[in-house]
Write a protein that binds this ligand. Structure first.
Ligand code: GH3
Ligand code: MG
Ligand code: MG
Ligand code: MG
Length: 434
């Protein structure tokens, strides 16, 4: 099913209907009617609309009457309705508000105005997607970027593989990659095979750009894992159709990935994904001989929060605590929900002491960040966390790493909470001997 917002449009002028359809159809699901009766009859059966745009002046049932029936007979109080008025007279505007219009719009409206209005209303960015353009010809690269911008697609421009990887590794939220197959140094072939082997990027659709005369290229790049291709010189409509359909696929995959990999409440990794990444980090730690640490963090007396303020507030606290911790981590760190009110952190290139320092900084920050609830009277309270830290050793397996941190957490709980174990003192002798 489409996830576009659904909009009812009702206007007796075919010109206005055509203008609205042309402007909105790409972004919204439209149901268009040319008179009030038909629109109302439809609404009797199907009311799943997010917005309605209704002409004020129509023969038979006019827009004001239709609006009134929508509000009074169908009780669609929550449905925002815009009334279109052609008149200079503000009598109609007043009347529109009197019958419960959300807003009114004077005809004729400027091109793009209605679309902008609705996108702002739904708080949707005009940006339809982000496309990484990898093309070594400066002129072609700039032309493609310019064309994308005109269609509200944000381009990121790379002249070679290195620049492209910089965007990808820097965490840009790229939807689609447009890739010139013939590049100096690393070719498009190299880039495709690198990206398709890396699980962080393998889901991003790659569209190969190739000149028609370069035969055999097509089968080769598809074989390597490219998802689509466009022959140069390209037809602009086909170009956008392919880019857009790949953006749609990409966004769908991202959503599916999120639901299966992230915790629904806090948006951080769920336990399964966390351990998937921890295993990988452990392998890298061994192969590169670099330290790796693990932290388990548990909210103190969390049951009391639920008992005192209710489960919803408990959920809110979990979200806030996760947010605070996430802000304090580096990009390379992996942060997940271990379960209930317990969180876990995997810290590559970090030894036990470094992990202690971070865990303790997190502990302090959380204890100093009040949770504020906007009830009739604002309520504010603080929560604290306890944490246990452990460092990975290549003779260890992941279970042992977790067990050590868990034992340390247990010590923290038994020694008063709001504290990190092992204690700072345990590092002093080691630090002095350095
Ligand atoms: P301690 O300081 O020893 O950790 O005490 P505690 O109360 O934090 O720990 P305990 O394990 O006794 O209780 C954890 C509570 O967390 C119990 C459970 O109902 C609550 N909890 C677990 N998951 C969720 C959740 O998703 N939302 C809410 N609101 N509560 C949760
Ligand atoms: Mg080239
Ligand atoms: Mg617990
Ligand atoms: Mg707890």
């Amino acid at each position: 099913m489409s996830d576009k917002k659904r909009i009812l449009v009702c206007d007796d002028s075919s010109t206005i209907r055509a203008i609205i359809e042309k402007e909105l159809q790409e972004h919204f699901d439209l149901e268009i009617f040319n008179d009030g009766d038909t629109a109302f009859e439809f609404l009797l059966k199907d009311q799943r609309f997010d917005f309605a745009i209704i002409d004020g002046q129509m023969p038979k049932m006019d827009g004001f009457e239709l609006l009134k029936k929508i509000k009074e007979e169908l009780n669609l109080d929550f449905l925002p309705v815009i009334i279109l008025t052609a008149s200079e007279d503000d009598y109609y505007e007043k009347q529109a508000f009197n019958v419960g219009a959300f807003d009114f719009l004077k005809k004729p409206f400027k091109q793009g105005h209605l679309l902008k209005y609705l996108l702002e209303y739904f708080n949707e960015e005009i940006n339809e997607g982000i496309v990484l353009v990898i093309e070594d010809s400066v002129i072609q690269n700039e032309t493609i970027c310019q064309q994308l911008r005109l269609k509200n697609i944000q381009p990121l421009s790379a002249k070679n593989a290195i620049e492209a990887l910089r965007f990808l590794l820097g965490g840009a939220d790229i939807d689609v990659i447009l890739l010139d197959v013939f590049l100096p140094q690393y070719s498009g072939y190299d880039i495709i095979s690198i990206l398709k082997k890396d699980e962080r990027f393998s889901f991003i659709p790659i569209i190969g750009l190739t000149a028609f005369r370069e035969k055999d290229v097509l089968s080769e790049i598809l074989e390597l894992g490219a998802d689509d291709f466009i022959y140069k010189p390209y037809n602009i409509n086909e170009f956008f159709a392919r880019v857009r359909s790949n953006i749609r696929i990409s966004k769908l995959i991202k959503r599916l990935k999120d639901t299966s990999e992230k915790d629904y409440l806090t948006g951080i990794y769920n336990r399964r994904m966390f351990f998937h990444y921890l295993e990988k980090l452990a392998k890298t730690s061994i192969s590169e001989n670099k330290p790796l640490s693990f932290v388990i963090l548990d909210i103190d007396y969390f049951k009391k929060v639920n008992d005192t303020y209710g489960h919803d507030v408990g959920d809110y606290v979990l979200k806030k605590v996760a947010e605070t911790i996430l802000k304090m981590t580096r990009r390379a760190d992996v942060f997940g929900r271990y379960g209930g009110e317990e969180f876990c952190l995997a810290l590559p290139n970090t030894d036990l002491y470094g992990a202690y320092l971070l865990a303790n900084k997190i502990r302090l920050t959380i204890s100093q960040t009040p949770i504020v609830l906007q009830k009739e009277k604002p309520i504010s309270f603080n929560v604290t966390i306890s944490a246990g830290v452990s460092e990975f050793d290549k003779r260890m397996n992941i279970d042992e790493l977790v067990k050590t941190a868990d034992e340390n957490l247990y010590l923290a709980k038994n020694n008063g909470r709001n504290i990190v174990y092992p204690l700072l003192e345990s590092f002093q002798s080691r630090l002095k001997s350095l």
